[in-house]
Design a binder for this molecule. Sequence first.
Ligand code: UDP
Length: 367
Amino acid sequence: MTAEYIIVGAGLFGSVCACELAKKGHNCLVIDRRDHIAGNIYTREMEGIQVHQYGAHIFHTSDREIWEYVNRFADFNQYINSPVAVYRDELYNLPFNMNTFSKMWKIRTPAEAKQRIAMQVAELGITEPKNLEEQALSLVGTDIYEKLIKGYTEKQWGRPCSELPAFIIRRLPCRFTYDNNYFNDRYQGIPIGGYTQIVEKLLSDDRIQVKLGIDFKQMQAEQDIGDAKVIYTGCIDEYYDYALGTLEYRSVRFETEVLDTDNYQGNAVVNYTDRDVPYTRIIEHKHFEFGQQPKTVISREYSQEWSKGMEPYYPVNDERNQACLKRYLEKAGKEKNVWFGGRLGQYRYYDMDKVIREALNYVKTMA
Ligand code: UDP
């Protein structure tokens, strides 16, 4: 089979592109340097539990079409993400809501919570938040910032909050109701049986060939790819051999353990917001699927600065990196046969639904 499209990366973006292109009658070759498909949404069974190997992925969207799209590939359960935050010996609900405020200040009504926050914000005199610290302080005041945001954010990003862009914290809702649902989206859930099967099905068309353990550069060196169109979902700067600068990422190291207990922390996600605890959070995978297994699997997440050879997870969207990205995107825009997509190709902090939406749009404009 000669491929009209070579898709580099068998993650969500590449697989949706392959599926849609194949549907339109195009032959696709999907390659991945890893020895498995599904990119970072890869899940693997351990002790009967679906373990999210590259960090927890919770599907949520308000885009009805995308929700219907993913439901064609898996049944989703009723999981609602309600993380808990531990700060020293104190425990709070996330996202910031009346449960958090009432515990923090021993108050009960939204008016009391708003008054507390307003008092703290007035003392600081911030009018136009210029960075994450000011944004967070003006949203929730000093107490919550100090206990639940500062340490966690500085651990996750390895930079002071005053040097981070405000938009990162806007991902986190703040509400004045007793509602612990982390997301504001209309649809939410975890695919029963894990994420890998979704990608398996996306790649199941006869017009799609998948080759694992192959690097694109290596493939190019070994064979002539002719005039095949390339959809590249790896790091855009790596594609150009870092010629226009290196984009920064945060990486995560996971310490995964099987424990001989049926319930370790009583919740899927527990954040450790204290700076002195070295990990940012502990994921107990079975709670994503209401598991009743006798054992449990937990993953501690240690955030770290990325360097070549590590897995890149989060783009660092500060000014330096944005300027560098702009240079790469300009160069990429001039390519005739190569398109860059997905979190690494676009260097964007994408949620899964946005990745699918982008992939569908890409295919529409492409074929
Ligand atoms: N955040 C925080 N405290 C928390 C959880 C999150 O301050 O307990 C902030 C932090 O700055 C983080 C951002 O909110 O970078 C977004 O967090 P989210 O959990 O949405 O990130 P992800 O799940 O993508 O790692």
